[in-house]
Design a protein around this ligand. Structure first.
Ligand SMILES: Nc1ncnc2c1ncn2[C@@H]1O[C@H](COP(=O)(O)OP(=O)(O)OP(=O)(O)O)[C@@H](O)[C@H]1O
Length: 583
């Protein structure tokens, strides 16, 4: 057992016996707030808002939860963290009445959980605000708030629309949510949609809300407003279970953290005083490696300075428009000659009306270019345009000097542009198909003669991807729908790499990916460039951008600043927020 593991083990031991033990140390502001709000703490034996004990859940041969436990106190912000596939979503499914556990017990405020299938009773106990909207897009906020609950009209055939709107306004006001009840859900910014769903949950009586990666689609200001709102509600005794891969957010918002690893509970501890390295060690079972030192050595130095950049999976033979990893005589050739070499990807006067203004780009061999900016202000549209998802209003794109037809994904693929889309559910994966089939979707023409896909080649190729990207799956044959969210994202990246692209364009590639896999994925992107190809990362995640050699910050569809690799978080964030000064 190494030191870190021993450390994590010590934590396990310290906290394994009784979750409540962790709370002995947790006299945090939240607990004080809960006390002020009239909520008894454990010393006056208040029952837990949620207690799950000995939960077991299997999906076929997969043991997703192995006798895990979780206790959330009234008015507490409790983080549940763990690597992709650790069992977090499955636990949420169990405690929200979505999955029936194979064993174990769930109680709310000391009462047994409602009967399986009694949705009304479950939602008066607990609600989950998902990453993806659960609202009906074409209905207004008021209609969504009271969907399936026309209580004010019970016994009447007609819905009292005016009453509904008034009640919606009262409800939103009660929780301090400033959203117009007449807005259609599809027109709401993500942040307001989340507020609406929180208000809806509270209106059913729930005092415990699960937030599943709530900040995934918010910009920095949106995150602050969300956190302010959550703190305010916590003061009123509302408890939160916060699922996140952003550990700094766990430290900022939560008072207690529980870690699951490989379907098991490994740690529950107060957040204050828990070193981040210990938390990561508990998640991974090993000591945390140095992260984020992508540019530790000057350009042209040996690439060994980057943290654990796993090997880029071998692309399917004969499939690569880009240079083959093995064929690049000098793996660092790209970076060292980045200034001179012909660009791999160019865009000239590229523009898309309403999204971004005419801009020029040149990404050279060995270079990772970052396009930084919130999704809402043109960066996603720019990424989509580079990969053919959207047709530019004007301008040209070329790969190694060869023009690429605008607005055609197949043409972009043939030209050597590999694409990691942002929304893996909509654009990334075919749910019913296996990991192997999904990973090779872009190369089926290379996997057998005359269009026949040879299962053995598909499997072999998928297996190498599974190993290189550390995809947690039962094997290449498992349907992707059975993978955890983060592991699905890795399959999307595998698919983009399958063709050995000349340039890899990745939109927020690490969204939903755990802390260790994030480094592995970014390492793969880095290596694509180090092998003499090129990469573009479109993101507002600072960790994604750290791997870039050059970052262009966009604000309202315009490049407002350019950074080399030595930027500080503050100056890059300021540029993305439109208040930067560096050009
Ligand atoms: N519907 C399902 N069918 C089969 N296996 C499943 C299903 N849902 C989850 N699993 C398996 O259960 C395990 C736990 O998955 P879960 O989604 O709970 O992980 P997670 O911790 O939420 O991961 P992530 O951070 O990637 O979302 C994984 O091995 C996953 O493959």
């Amino acid at each position: 057992m190494d030191a870190a593991r021993a450390d994590a083990h010590a934590h396990d031991e310290a906290h394994a016996h009784d979750d409540a033990h962790a709370h002995d140390h947790a006299h945090t502001p939240a607990h004080a707030a809960a006390g002020r709000a009239g909520h008894r703490d454990r010393h006056t034996s208040a029952p837990a808002a949620l207690r799950a004990e000995g939960i077991v859940k299997r999906f076929g041969p997969t043991l997703a939860l192995d006798e895990v436990r979780l206790t959330v106190r009234p008015g507490e912000s409790h983080a549940l963290v763990g690597r992709n596939g650790a069992g977090k979503s499955t636990l949420v499914g169990v405690v929200t009445g979505l999955h029936r556990p194979d064993a174990g017990e769930v109680t709310f405020d000391g009462d047994p959980a409602p009967a399986f299938g009694d949705t009304g009773a479950w939602r008066s106990r607990i609600a989950c605000v998902h990453q993806k909207s659960m609202a009906v897009p074409d209905l207004t906020v008021a209609e969504n708030l009271f969907l399936g609950d026309y209580g004010l009209d019970r016994g009447r055939r007609l819905i009292n629309w005016r009453g509904l709107r008034r009640r919606a306004r009262d409800l939103l006001a009660e929780y301090g949510v400033e959203v117009d009840p007449d807005t259609r859900a599809k027109d709401l910014p993500v942040e307001h949609r989340q507020f609406m769903e929180i208000a809806r949950a509270l209106s059913f009586g729930a005092r415990l809300i699960v937030l599943d990666e709530p900040t995934a689609q918010l910009d920095a200001r949106g995150i602050q407003r969300l956190f302010d709102k959550l703190r305010e509600l916590r003061e009123q005794g509302v408890a939160f279970l916060f699922i996140s891969h952003h550990l700094q957010e766990v430290y900022e918002l939560c008072t207690t953290v529980t870690v699951y690893r490989d379907a098991r509970h490994v740690l529950t501890a107060p957040v204050a005083g828990l070193p981040k390295a210990d938390l990561v060690a508990a998640m991974t079972g090993e000591s945390a490696g140095a992260a984020g030192t992508w540019h530790a050595k000057p350009a042209g130095a040996d690439s060994a300075s980057a943290p654990a950049p796993g090997p880029v999976p071998e692309a399917v033979p004969g499939s690569r428009p880009g240079s083959a990893p093995g064929s690049a005589p000098d793996h660092r050739a790209g970076r060292s000659s980045a200034g001179r070499a012909e660009p791999v990807l160019t865009a000239e006067a590229l523009a898309l009306d309403g999204e971004f203004e005419a801009l020029d780009l040149a990404v050279r061999p060995g270079e990772v270019l970052g396009l930084a900016g919130a999704a809402a202000i043109g960066t996603t549209a720019l990424g989509d345009t580079l990969v053919g998802m959207r047709a530019a209003t004007s301008g040209r794109i070329a790969v190694r000097g060869r023009p690429v037809r605008s607005g055609s994904v197949p043409h972009a693929l043939d030209a050597g542009i590999g694409y990691v889309p942002e929304d893996r559910h909509r654009q990334g994966l075919v749910a019913g198909r296996s990991v192997a089939e999904n990973a090779t979707l872009t190369v089926t023409d290379q996997l057998g003669r005359w269009g026949a896909v040879l299962p053995s080649r598909t499997r072999e190729f998928a297996q190498s991807m599974i190993e290189s990207l550390d995809i947690k799956t039962r094997g290449p044959e498992q349907p992707v729908s059975g993978l955890s969210g983060g592991n699905q994202q890795k399959v999307v990246v595998a698919r983009a790499l399958a063709r050995g692209p000349a340039v890899l364009v990745a939109l927020r590639p690490t969204a939903g990916v755990d802390v260790t896999s994030k480094n592995a994925l970014l390492g793969v992107v880095r290596r694509v460039a180090d092998e003499g190809r090129a990469a573009v990362i479109v993101s507002d995640e600072l960790d994604d951008l750290r791997v870039c050699d050059r970052v262009l910050a966009l604000f309202h569809g315009r490049v407002v600043a350019t950074f080399g690799s030595g930027w500080s978080d503050r100056e890059l964030v300021a540029a993305m927020e439109g208040v930067g000064e560096r050009e």
